[in-house]
Design a protein around this ligand. Structure first.
Ligand code: ADP
Ligand code: MG
Length: 235
């Protein structure tokens, strides 16, 4: 196993342009995330958190700088190579669960594997295993709207990781959840990080959520203003 960081960002900049108007968002981000780390990304609304997550997730390209993921120079890769890296290395979870309403929980988790070319039975076997990991082994036959919000988010986590991606990117994953179900989801993150060595980068505006990560990175106006242990930041 290589000692290189799973995520290596050097001098990343990003601006959005619409017509004549240029909005600079990220001003030279340097960040390494080792395999097995669990990072909470915080910052005021508009500070660039989602922009940074989209760059790390290869959903958008930086204007300048280097972005390497699992040793691959991902910012410069062409679209197809980026899609391959994304499919192999990254699972995504968002604030909205984006589950397909008419499909069982099990089939929601199995679907990306079927798209990736696995047989339906192999995909369902792996999906069953993933549902077990997120504590929903008994609920595979239900429809998404027969689950609580926290359970639906755990299904989305199972789906995101079904292909064994080593990196989970989660943008406000508990933003729609009450504190009880938030804690269920955080239990799952903690267990996947501890037992499977899953690397997690999670955007949150909730200090309680960030406290459960191993590391806090705070963005301020497109720059890293703090990087350290949660709870040790001096304001
Ligand atoms: P955060 O997730 O921290 O709230 P974002 O990364 O979404 O912040 O946005 C950072 C800044 O970039 C904001 O000022 C936002 O309005 C702007 N922005 C984000 N996405 C776009 C876009 N697609 N086009 C133009 N401006 C954008
Ligand atoms: Mg955002």
């Amino acid at each position: 196993m290589s000692a290189a960081p799973l995520i290596e960002l050097r001098g990343l900049t990003k601006s959005y342009r619409s017509g004549e108007i240029v909005t600079p968002v990220l001003h030279g981000i340097d960040l390494d995330v080792a395999r097995g780390d669990y990072v909470a990304l915080m910052g005021a609304s508009g500070s660039g958190k989602s922009t940074l997550m989209n760059l790390i997730g290869l959903l958008d390209r930086p204007d300048e700088g280097r972005l390497s993921l699992a040793g691959a120079d991902a910012a410069k890769a062409d679209v197809n190579e980026q899609a391959r890296i994304r499919n192999r290395e990254i699972g995504f979870v968002f604030q909205s669960f984006n589950l397909l309403k008419r499909m069982t929980v099990l089939d929601n988790v199995a679907l990306p594997l079927v798209y990736a070319g696995q047989s339906r039975s192999a995909a369902r076997e792996r999906a069953t295993e993933m549902l077990g990991k997120v504590g929903l082994g008994a609920l595979g036959k239900r429809l998404p709207n027969q689950l609580s919000g926290g359970q639906q988010q755990r299904v989305a986590i199972a789906r995101a990781l079904a292909n064994r991606a080593p990196l989970l990117l989660a943008d406000e994953p508990t933003g729609n959840l009450d504190s009880q179900t938030t804690s269920e989801v955080l239990d799952v993150f903690e267990q996947l990080n501890r037992d499977d060595g899953l690397t997690i980068v999670l955007v949150t505006h909730e200090p309680d959520v960030a406290m459960r990560a191993k590391r806090l990175v705070r963005l301020k106006d497109g720059r890293i203003a703090f990087d350290g242990k949660p709870g040790t930041e001096v304001h």
